[in-house]
Design a protein around this ligand. Structure first.
Ligand SMILES: NC(=O)C1=CN([C@@H]2O[C@H](COP(=O)(O)OP(=O)(O)OC[C@H]3O[C@@H](n4cnc5c(N)ncnc54)[C@H](O)[C@@H]3O)[C@@H](O)[C@H]2O)C=CC1
Ligand SMILES: O=C([O-])CC(=O)C(=O)O
Length: 334
């Protein structure tokens, strides 16, 4: 991966190596299973000029360790023990990535994490709304289908809400879909994934992959594998948590897209955001194709006309699930 100092290539895409403008990125939950490798990948990204790590404990060690990686960014670490540690971590942040919270154990759904993680995300979002209201929030903590509405409601209450800047990170679903199809195609291609980030709300759009032909059985099996890819890792880790390394990779890739957009590049991404696409159905949040610019979401693109009848049906099935989760999140703050 660290082939040369100037080329950090990861799969089909690469992280930025261009000389950056000033970009401070804060990671909240930085000492955790995702937080540590994610912080490492952000340290390796030349677009990050300041990396600010926060966790309730163990952050000084992670910051000291990551801080020895020889890129020019400055690394600071704060924990809950430091006076105003969270505030200091957030001051001047352009991007705030949030992987704070508990992960699943076998037999749990992501929604089972709500009771613990909803409060964590609410409180961290509250601090962001106070200290860096213009920062882009990248929410990894599960259940994403509820934690994004939670953060949004906190920002609304604080009077600083900008729907263009609050993102649920669903990029692990895209990474998985791309990887699983990679075996079939013998090369890595991008696979769109829309909807949300839990079970049947995760909808891979295999119909959009040029040159891919699947039998109905293959399509069903691959769709199921993408939808329940998280469970595969939870079971394999056998009580020790959920995906961390692949999530760090996917999260760092998503952060890089926002940093690229911030420096003027036209960037296309898939993200779970506030969207009017299903307004008629009363749904507020949906992961879809977006154009990014320095202010966050520049344009939300509709679902491709050419998606299959099978995929349309999956979208219809996901809508009530997504609605339940967003209502649960929004009511928690209300
Ligand atoms: N969006 C996605 O695709 C994915 C989301 N996740 C979710 O990410 C979250 C974190 O997962 P892991 O890193 O494996 O868990 P972990 O338990 O290894 O790490 C979580 C970290 O959050 C910290 N933390 C807890 N409360 C905090 C607070 N109030 N402020 C700051 N830090 C706090 C903990 O001290 C810990 O270091 C889980 O909710 C998990 O379900 C995991 C994989 C994929
Ligand atoms: O499955 C989990 O709980 C973690 C997660 O969101 C994923 O791996 O997609």
């Amino acid at each position: 991966m660290f082939a040369t100092r100037n080329s950090l290539k990861l799969a089909a895409r690469s992280f930025s190596t261009a000389t950056p403008q000033q970009s401070k990125v804060a990671v909240l939950g930085a000492a955790g299973g995702i937080g540590q490798p994610l912080s490492l990948l952000l340290k390796a990204n030349a677009r990050v000029t300041k990396l600010s790590l926060y966790d309730i404990h163990n952050t000084p060690g992670v910051a000291a360790d990551v801080g020895h990686v020889n890129t020019l960014s400055e690394v600071t670490g704060y924990s809950a023990k430091d006076q105003d540690g969270l505030k200091k971590a957030l001051e001047g942040a352009e991007l705030v990535v949030i992987p704070a919270g508990v992960p699943r154990k076998p037999g749990m759904t992501r929604d089972d994490l709500f009771n613990t993680n909803a409060g964590i995300v609410r409180d961290l979002a509250q601090a962001c709304a106070e200290v860096c209201p213009k920062a882009k929030l990248l929410i990894i903590s599960n259940p994403v289908n509820s934690t994004v509405p939670i953060a949004s409601e906190v920002f609304k209450k604080a009077g600083v809400y900008d729907a263009k800047k609050i993102f649920g990170v669903t990029s692990l679903d895209l990474v998985r879909a791309s990887r699983f199809i990679g075996d079939k195609m013998g090369k890595i291609v991008d696979v769109p994934v829309v909807g949300g980030h839990a079970g049947i709300t995760i909808i891979p759009l295999f119909s959009q992959v040029k040159g891919l032909t699947l039998s109905n059985e293959e399509r069903d099996a691959l769709t199921h594998r993408v939808q329940f890819g998280g469970d595969e890792v939870v079971q394999a880790k056998d009580g020790l948590g959920s995906a961390t390394l692949s999530m760090a990779y996917a999260g760092a890739r998503f952060a890089d897209s926002l940093l690229r957009a911030n420096s003027g590049e036209d960037v296309l991404e898939w993200a779970f955001i506030r969207s009017d696409l299903f307004e008629k159905e009363g749904l507020e949040y949906f992961s879809t194709y977006v154009k990014l610019d320095k202010d966050g979401v520049k344009e939300i693109l509709p679902l491709p006309e050419s998606i299959s009848a099978y995929e349309r049906e999956l979208v219809q099935k996901a809508i009530p699930e997504l609605k339940k989760s967003e209502t649960k999140g929004a009511s928690f703050v209300a």
